[in-house]
Design a protein around this ligand. Structure first.
Ligand SMILES: Nc1ncnc2c1ncn2[C@@H]1O[C@H](COP(=O)(O)OP(=O)(O)O)[C@@H](O)[C@H]1O
Ligand SMILES: [Mg+2]
Length: 379
């Protein structure tokens, strides 16, 4: 934040000029608290909307971006695109406005929590069932957007919000979203313009030919799924061009090699979602979400099954035999020592032997049975 932007507001909290302009543009109804995040194009604040007594988030175009006509158009389109969506997995837009200095902004639902990017930074990789929940939720939101003729084009962890407490998963940042009928051509990295999307999550066709449709979003969602499961991206840059080349040409490392606990079926679903050819992927984000969910569900069901009884029983049998052999050997050694030391007749060994050979295994078998008895299943 530029020092000249810092002004001391009446509340005693340091606010930048843009925040003060937003407050003024809303007639004082929206009171900015602090900056939530700063992206390529915009700054997002958390604020208090006094008239409705609720917390809101306000996204304002960055002053240096406000001079660019194309960016202005895109920002206004973002607000309209989000406002046109009514889905629990997409952040709701409440109102739009413009500051006295001509910077557009919009007021939206505030999601208290963290971004998926933040969670991954904090925890590295995520458990399969958590990945399943997040992927399904984002796939639902994308399916809704696609159904309304909108391709997001920037699906990545920084644009997925995870609400604290409720566990809600919300897709945001429709800054690159575009109304798409079937296929749209956009400027690519190899062209003269700026790269649309984020290199790490870019689909091959988006990177190479600038073609986007719903299947590009599905690809980016699969990249995100891979990252959550493996704790690393399928391709490592470091330069944007490196990502682009690998998305177009390379096969990512096999998931179970990075994380051996990932079930084969789950790995297969992600692999298909990451196919280079859009036609070889799942037909929709929904289909990808369902496939990953079904694979993860099958794993959860297998994990919930009780341990196979024969293995439990066999293991105990081996343990019992070992204990028995040790005990029998010890008892016979001790008996021989007693008979020899006290000069007793060796015939005494006979009944003692019977006791050890017959009685001990019987006791152990009974103990084994008692421990292995099938338990009634809880409802
Ligand atoms: N509705 C919201 N509630 C809470 N935090 C938000 C919200 N919208 C955005 N953010 C935060 O602000 C950051 C930037 O927002 P985003 O819309 O992605 O802007 P950009 O287009 O600059 O990437 C996000 O990564 C997130 O941390
Ligand atoms: Mg963003």
């Amino acid at each position: 934040m530029a020092p000249q932007d810092l002004l001391l507001a009446h509340s005693g909290v340091a606010k930048d000029q843009v925040a003060l302009d937003v407050e003024q543009a809303t007639g004082g109804d929206v009171v900015v608290e602090r900056v939530l995040g700063v992206g390529r194009m915009a700054r997002v604040y958390v604020a208090e909307q006094l008239s409705l007594d609720r917390r809101v988030a306000v996204k304002v175009l960055l002053p240096r971006r406000g001079r660019d006509r194309r960016t202005l158009t895109r920002f206004r389109r973002e607000a309209r695109a989000m406002a046109g969506c009514s889905h629990p997995g997409i952040v709701s837009v409440f109102s739009v406005g413009e500051t006295a200095r001509g910077l557009p902004f919009f007021v939206m639902e505030y999601v208290e929590g963290e971004t998926l990017e933040g969670r991954l930074r904090r925890r590295g990789k995520l458990p399969l069932q958590e990945v399943r929940r997040i992927v399904t939720a984002v796939a639902d939101a994308l399916t809704y957007a696609h159904g309304h003729g909108l391709v997001h084009r920037d699906v990545k962890p920084g644009n997925v919000l995870l609400e604290r407490g409720s566990g809600r998963v919300l897709l945001t940042d429709f800054g690159l979203a575009k109304p798409v009928k079937s296929v749209t051509r956009v400027t690519t990295l190899t062209g003269t313009g700026e790269l649309m999307g984020t290199p790490e999550y870019l689909s091959p066709e988006q990177a190479e030919r600038g073609e986007v449709d719903a299947r590009s979003d599905q690809y980016s969602l699969a990249v995100m799924a891979y990252e959550m499961l493996a704790g690393r991206l399928p391709f490592l840059g470091p330069e944007p061009q490196d990502y682009v080349r690998q998305h177009v040409e390379d096969t990512p490392p096999w998931l179970p090699r990075i994380e051996p606990t990932i079930p084969l079926a789950v790995s297969k679903a992600v692999d298909r979602g990451l196919m280079k050819e859009p036609g070889a992927r799942y037909g929709s984000a929904e289909a990808f979400g369902q496939a990953l969910s079904a694979a993860a569900e099958a794993t959860a069901a297998a994990e919930a099954m009780p341990q196979r009884a024969w293995w439990g029983y066999e293991r105990q049998l081996v343990q019992a035999t070992a204990i028995y052999a040790g005990a029998a050997w010890g008892v016979l050694e001790a008996l021989t020592w007693v008979l020899e030391t006290f000069d007793l007749p060796m015939e005494f060994r006979q009944p003692a032997l019977l006791l050890v050979v017959g009685g001990l295994p019987l006791t152990l078998a009974l103990l084994c049975y008692a421990r292995n008895r099938p338990q009634p299943v809880e409802a």
